[in-house]
Ligand binder design. Structure first.
Ligand code: GTP
Length: 459
């Protein structure tokens, strides 16, 4: 392709070209001069003495041709310059277009990243809110409700079932389900059939073989399954079950999965804490030796019963029970035998009660019975019979080294007192009278004076 020459080189070339033209014109003129017709044609000029005119004309023609050629060449050069400029501009336009496309892609990616970040921060806010609510939950039912709600907010677009263990931890009941195919999720699953529960790990199946699927997954027409355990320290509390009607390599993206596993672990931790709290509260309200309520456990129960009795207009009778000569029993047969005897009495008392009655170990060898909806006379009759039956049972039981007798004092609310502590104190006053009266008897509280009199009267 023709390229532009630099101006200084072009001017030198132009001189040479002009000389060339001149030479060509001169040679042409000389050759023409040899030609007859040329001589004939220039004859008139010679006759009038203008011999040089043909040469001058030839030179002029040469110069004109040269100028025409120069003009043509310059036009060619500017056309070339123009086409190069156009080419350059086209390249520039292409480059700009490309840059614009990159900018567009970058801006879209940025928006996507921002959207994802926003979504993630929303989800984190929800998870942290869930953590607060879970920490404040006061029952397993509340924990289940809060967990299911949070999971629903995090995975609203999928078919999901949230299952929690029943009391025996052998069956997982469907608590909540949502999504297009939620009706196809089974209402319960047995622990032995669930790979998540058996392995204690998340389980996903996106193959179309279904060989490893639990019965729950096989019977439904849904295809891909992903299950996540809700557990803590080997204790399984629930399962998050996600289904899809399509074969999918991943139901959840890697990011979503990471978040869901974290949420399930948090829920598991709260269930575990709640269980620990319940066990702790149970332990602090229970007597270790007999398994009965202890004095702390009794406090709340007695208060509740007295309030209910006041509201519903019935009577509650409290019986304070003490084993007779228990120090001597311990001294004679040893402390371990004394423990056995205490357990025996606890079992006897519990087995003689109605479902609503409460028995507690008040301390040492003292027990308390709370008998709702029982008058003093009814309690007296019932406890007298109990006294005899426990004594009889102790005779034949291998738990007791010798027959055991009990002394019992009773007081009734609202007749004697409506305050639980004072009511127990009155029952204790009656018990003191029973001891004084010779033990192995039931004494109702009447008044300090009357009880004193009863105590000193021979049985
Ligand atoms: N084995 C055993 N003995 C206990 C336990 N708690 C308290 N005791 C014993 O219970 C006995 C109570 O004795 P006391 O308060 O003198 O009464 P008692 O000997 O039963 O005499 P009375 O009540 O007047 O008939 C003490 O010897 C305590 O050591 C326990 O958990 N296990």
């Amino acid at each position: 392709m023709f390229r532009f020459r630099k101006p200084e080189r072009r001017s030198t070339l132009d001189v040479w070209i002009a000389c060339g033209f001149f030479l060509v014109a001169y040679i042409a003129a000389a050759l023409l001069d040899l030609n007859d017709s040329w001589r004939l044609w220039t004859q008139p000029f010679r006759m009038i003495g203008l011999d040089a005119l043909p040469m001058a004309l030839a030179i002029t023609v040469g110069i004109v041709v040269w100028f025409a050629w120069r003009r043509w060449q310059e036009g060619e050069e500017s056309r070339l310059a123009l086409s190069e400029t156009v080419e350059r501009l086209q390249v520039e336009v292409e480059e700009r277009k490309h840059a614009q496309e990159i900018a567009q892609v970058l801006s879209e990616t940025k928006n996507e990243v921002l959207d994802n970040e926003y979504q993630r921060s929303e989800q984190l806010a929800q998870v942290s809110k869930m953590g607060d609510f879970l920490a404040a939950a006061s029952s397993p039912e509340e924990l289940k409700e809060i967990s299911a709600k949070c999971l629903r907010n995090l995975l609203p677009h999928l078919t999901v079932g949230v299952m929690f263990a029943d009391k025996s931890f052998s069956r997982w009941q469907l608590h909540s389900a949502w999504g297009e195919y939620h009706e196809r999720i089974h209402p319960h699953v047995d622990a032995e059939q669930c790979w998540v529960l058996r392995r204690g790990q998340q389980y996903a199946d996106q193959s179309n073989t279904q060989t490893m699927l639990c019965n729950e997954a096989n019977v439904t027409e849904l295809k891909t399954v992903a299950c996540y355990p809700i557990f803590c320290r080997e204790m399984q509390f629930g399962v998050l079950h996600i289904r899809s009607a399509e074969w999918q390599e991943h139901i959840l993206s890697a990011e979503e999965e990471k978040m869901i596993v974290g949420v399930c672990n948090t829920i598991g931790l709260h269930f575990y804490n709640a269980q620990l709290r319940a066990e702790l509260s149970m332990a602090s309200n229970r007597d270790e030796l007999t398994g009965l309520l202890n004095r702390r456990g009794l406090g709340n129960t007695l208060k509740r019963e007295i309030t209910a009795a006041g509201q519903q207009g019935y009577k509650v009778t409290v019986a304070m029970i003490d084993i007779d000569h228990f120090k001597a029993y311990n001294d004679t047969y040893g402390h371990p035998e004394g423990d056995k005897a205490l357990k025996f009495i606890a079992e006897q008392l519990a087995s003689n009660l109605r479902a609503r009655d409460v028995v507690a170990r008040y301390g040492g060898e003292e027990f308390i019975l709370v008998l709702p909806n029982t008058t003093k006379a009814e309690a007296y009759k019932k406890l007298k019979a109990m006294l005899v039956s426990i004594n009889k049972a102790s005779v034949s039981s291998s738990e007791c080294c010798k027959p055991i007798t009990l002394s019992i004092g009773i007081a009734t609310s609202p007749d004697d007192q409506t305050d639980e502590e004072r009511l127990v104190k009155l029952a204790d006053t009656a018990l003191y009278a029973a001891k004084k009266r010779g033990r192995n008897c039931v004494i109702p509280y009447i008044s300090p004076h009357a009880n004193n009199r009863i105590a000193t009267t021979q049985a």
